[in-house]
Design a protein around this ligand. Structure first.
Ligand SMILES: [Zn+2]
Length: 479
């Protein structure tokens, strides 16, 4: 089974400078491909010479290396080539309907460079006395463009990958890659589903766990467990959040694009980091605890669309065109809670960890799960006298509201499993892999009838080149 790895990386200042240049150049090539593609798609209709000719989607990048962009010669050509390969991969995802057309990569947030095996090697590190393998040293660069040995903090062993990503996020460097891990079991979801369908209702009842994700408590399960952040973590998050706001205000007042503003934004990123680290950690620990439980094999969650739920409310105007209150402020508060409670992550992580253990996660429709009685099934908004309490108007069943919802979700999951026959239609990752080839694809260029040769050939070509070169100077501007 293929497993993802991420380790901290500790480059020296000099190495960091080189890597930053590589990141920038790869992004520039990627963005140049995006604007070139947009250019061709926009003007092929108007230009008589181009009518009917397909838009070239290939890996050529030499047209971007001009006198004005001579700095591109100071990085290995493979870094640039990988930029176009990344763009082509994005385009192929679009062709198999797995995403939109490639768009411009931004200069803010996490930045990374994709390196293939020509540019790095892992050298084994051995214990002096015993000769035992203790870890690897990452060597990056070529003879012409050396970066040197980078310090990696690897907290577990791994197979040597064919390609790696080196990324910087909020001032911290990371190494990440995919590699084969044969110690992990590889269960198929469909096979597991039909396996669990054979059981009777009583057996399923005992091996199933329902989970309700809420605003007050991130997760409450049908066996009465409550998963929540620790009190001290909540306090620290509040504190870091206030610091973040303070630096955001400071940054807004500073001169745009100045060094001081960038400094302030770096601080903003750092204070944001604590919260997302805690959230990530919570999701991993919770999913681990859930899957570790030997008595449960099926996990049921509500199918919540976090993205839809955290959308901004629409702006509202009255007849005279005056702006009306739309509750955006209140919604922003709720959104923050939804996002910070790591709803989505807990389910995603539980799903992949469960699959390795031969267990499954099922997501059921969430409608009215908080108003339905777990005992008699009566659904009414009056069943909830308060946020915390559930009281059934028909049978008088009274429980903690989150716990009641967890039991309802569990019931729905078992019902779905018993009625379920057709495999759920979903976008297959297999399709993507088979059509994309391996990640380290040496993609053969598509034959393109449109000539791109610039400089000394026809005038039309060189005019195009000029426009492209002009675009290159501002690669982030939208076309
Ligand atoms: Zn009831």
């Amino acid at each position: 089974m293929v497993n993802g790895y991420q380790f901290r990386l500790y480059p020296t200042q000099e190495q960091a400078q080189t890597l930053l240049r590589w990141i920038g150049c790869q992004r520039l090539i990627y963005n140049a491909k995006v604007s070139e593609d947009r250019y061709y798609r926009r003007f092929r209709k108007d230009q008589l010479a181009l009518t009917g000719l397909p838009v070239p989607i290939d890996q050529t990048y030499s047209q971007y290396i001009t006198e004005r962009t001579s700095f591109l010669r100071e990085v290995p050509s493979i870094v640039l080539r990988n930029g176009t390969a990344k763009w082509m991969q994005a385009y192929r995802r679009y062709f198999v309907k797995l995403g939109n057309r490639p768009t411009f990569q931004k200069q803010c947030g996490k930045q990374s460079v994709w390196l293939t095996s020509e540019l790095f090697s892992f050298n084994p590190e051995r214990d002096f006395s015993t000769g035992e393998l203790t870890g690897y040293k990452l060597h990056v660069g070529t003879r012409k463009f050396p970066v040197g040995e980078l310090k990696v903090k690897a907290h577990r062993t791994f197979e040597i990958p064919a390609s790696i990503h080196i990324a910087i996020h909020a001032g911290k460097w990371f190494l990440s890659f995919n590699a084969q891990d044969d110690t992990l079991a590889d269960f198929k979801e469909e096979a597991l589903l039909s396996h669990y369908q054979q059981y009777g209702i009583e057996e399923l009842e005992s091996m199933t766990l329902g989970g309700d994700r809420g605003v007050a408590k991130p997760l409450v399960t049908s066996n009465g467990q409550i998963f929540d952040l620790r009190e001290v973590q909540k306090q620290r998050i509040q504190k870091e959040y206030r610091r973040k706001l303070r630096w955001q205000r400071k940054a807004a007042k500073r001169q745009k694009n100045s060094r001081n503003q960038k400094k302030a934004y770096r601080k903003v990123g750092r204070y944001q980091q604590y919260e997302s680290n805690v959230r990530e950690d919570f999701a991993h620990q919770t999913s681990h605890t859930l899957v570790e439980n030997p008595n449960t094999h099926i996990y049921i969650f509500e199918d919540l669309k976090t993205k839809n739920m955290t959308k901004r409310p629409k702006v509202q105007q009255d007849e005279q065109g005056r702006w009306q209150k739309n509750g955006a402020r209140a919604k922003a508060g709720l959104n923050k809670v939804i996002l910070t409670s790591a709803w989505g992550k807990v389910v995603t992580y539980t799903a992949y960890k469960a699959l390795r253990a031969g267990k499954i996660v099922i997501q059921v429709p969430p409608q009215h799960s908080s108003q339905e009685c777990a005992k008699c099934g009566y659904t009414d908004s009056g069943n909830r006298p308060s946020q915390a309490l559930f009281h059934c108007l028909r049978c008088g069943h009274e429980r903690n509201a989150d716990y009641n919802a967890a039991v309802v979700i569990k019931k729905r999951g078992i019902q779905w499993l018993k009625e379920h026959h057709e495999p759920k239609a979903k976008k297959s990752v297999k399709l993507y892999r088979s059509q994309l080839g391996s990640e380290r694809s040496e993609v053969t260029p598509v034959e393109n009838p449109i000539s791109r040769a610039g400089g000394n050939t026809n005038t039309q070509g060189s005019r195009k080149q000029e426009v492209l070169a002009a675009r290159l100077e501002t690669p982030t501007s939208a076309v």
